[in-house]
Design a protein around this ligand. Structure first.
Ligand code: ADP
Ligand code: MG
Length: 362
């Protein structure tokens, strides 16, 4: 049993002026799988390494299973970490690679044997225990690295981009395996990735990080449907959310776009006339307008059509916009370059942001 509490944690590297972690708070429940997601350099590894005990915590506290670990050595924290570069010992067998950490700790031989065999069974490695790493596929090697963590029977798993060295297909497969395994073992897990699909499919909850801060913590669907900021909205979803800058109209019932088109929405509050706002709408939430959509639409000129089979992604130009506006339509949509396309936004799927702060408007 181990929950993790991260309390107002900050990090400044020795000799550096700027904080790289700027006050993060988060509680991870016992058995929960929390994914820390964000672009390269936002501080994901730093935060994870502070939980692991590989970096000093400059300010704040981290507790594992109710015990503050700030001053505990990594080996005393009951954690096991799986890295991107899992570096197996090439001259050792799979068995010895998995057993190595336990031998060092002085665990009894019979107990080592039991734990390695059990983990190998879980990971589908039972028939490979005598092999050397070079006689394994990339996926099997990654499983050995997982096995090395599992045999330690830790209270917490820490993963730092463990799948980034694998090809796309294997990554998808291993993602499913990790999720199932974690579910079966029920071990509290923190998982770092910059890959939003990986994050969405693995996490019970996600922490979306930006510049050393947590922009939002929530379930994958909360984050998808109710992004707290333009950063989060733009980071989750592919193709990315469209942002349409505009101004609230004089009657406060619509947003006027730069080219003069007006999109109605009841979401803008009275008294906000003239206020700059940015509409956010996901490509999958735009569709060709019908009779009942009046007012909730805008027109684009189609300048690229990507027929992907299941879907067709349409790139449209609108007056006053530099960036193309993307719509993900069903694969059956009949659209061609040069068409004028009237696109409708469902009211429930229209997001509004403050363009200055980037925060979602209530
Ligand atoms: N040992 C270090 N010393 C100084 N700065 C570091 C060190 N490690 C990372 N940083 C800096 O801290 C910031 C966050 O890095 P990191 O946690 O590795 O981000 P991420 O894992 O999200 O890519 C980056 O600006 C990086 O250059
Ligand atoms: Mg990193």
């Amino acid at each position: 049993m181990a929950d993790i509490e991260i309390r107002s944690v900050r990090k400044t590297y020795p000799g550096a002026k700027e904080e790289v972690i700027k006050g993060i708070d988060c509680k991870v429940a016992d058995g929960e799988f929390l994914v820390m997601l964000g672009p390269s350099g936002c501080g994901k590894s730093t935060l994870l390494r502070m939980v692991a005990g590989l970096e000093v915590i400059s300010k704040g506290e981290i507790a594992i299973g109710g015990r503050v670990v700030n001053n505990l050595e990594p080996k005393d924290r009951d954690i096991a970490m799986v890295f991107q570069n899992y570096a197996l010992y090439p001259h050792m067998s799979v068995f010895d690679n998995m057993a190595y950490g336990l031998k060092i700790k002085g665990v009894a031989k019979a107990e080592i044997e039991r734990r390695v065999k059990e983990s190998a069974g879980l990971l589908g490695l039972a028939d490979f225990l005598d092999r050397k790493p070079r006689q394994l596929s990339g996926g099997q090697r990654q499983r050995v690295a997982m096995g090395r963590a599992i045999v330690r029977e830790p209270k917490v798993f820490l993963f730092d981009e463990p799948l980034s060295n694998l090809d796309a297909k294997l990554r998808t497969q291993m993602r499913v395996e990790i999720r199932k395994l974690q579910g079966r073992l029920g071990i509290t897990s923190l998982y770092v990735t910059h890959d939003q699909v990986e994050a969405m499919t693995l996490g019970d909850r996600l922490m979306v990080m930006n510049g050393g801060a947590a922009e939002q913590v929530g379930t994958p669907l909360e984050i998808y449907h109710k992004p707290a900021s333009m950063f989060v909205a733009g980071f989750i979803g592919s193709p990315a959310m469209n942002f349409l800058p505009g101004r609230v109209t004089a009657d406060g019932a619509a947003v006027e776009l730069p080219g003069g088109q007006v999109v109605q929405t009841d979401r803008v509050r009275q008294g906000a006339a003239g206020r700059p706002v940015t509409i956010g709408v996901r490509p999958e939430h735009l569709r060709p307008a019908g009779e009942n959509d009046q007012g909730h639409t805008f027109v684009v000129q189609v300048d690229l059509v990507e027929a992907l089979g299941a879907d067709t992604v349409v790139h449209g130009a609108a007056p006053g916009f530099v960036e193309p506006i993307l719509a993900r339509l069903p694969g059956s949509a009949q659209v061609k370059v040069g068409d004028r396309l009237d696109l409708a936004i469902a009211e429930g799927e229209l997001h509004l942001f403050d363009p200055t702060t980037g925060r979602a408007l209530p």
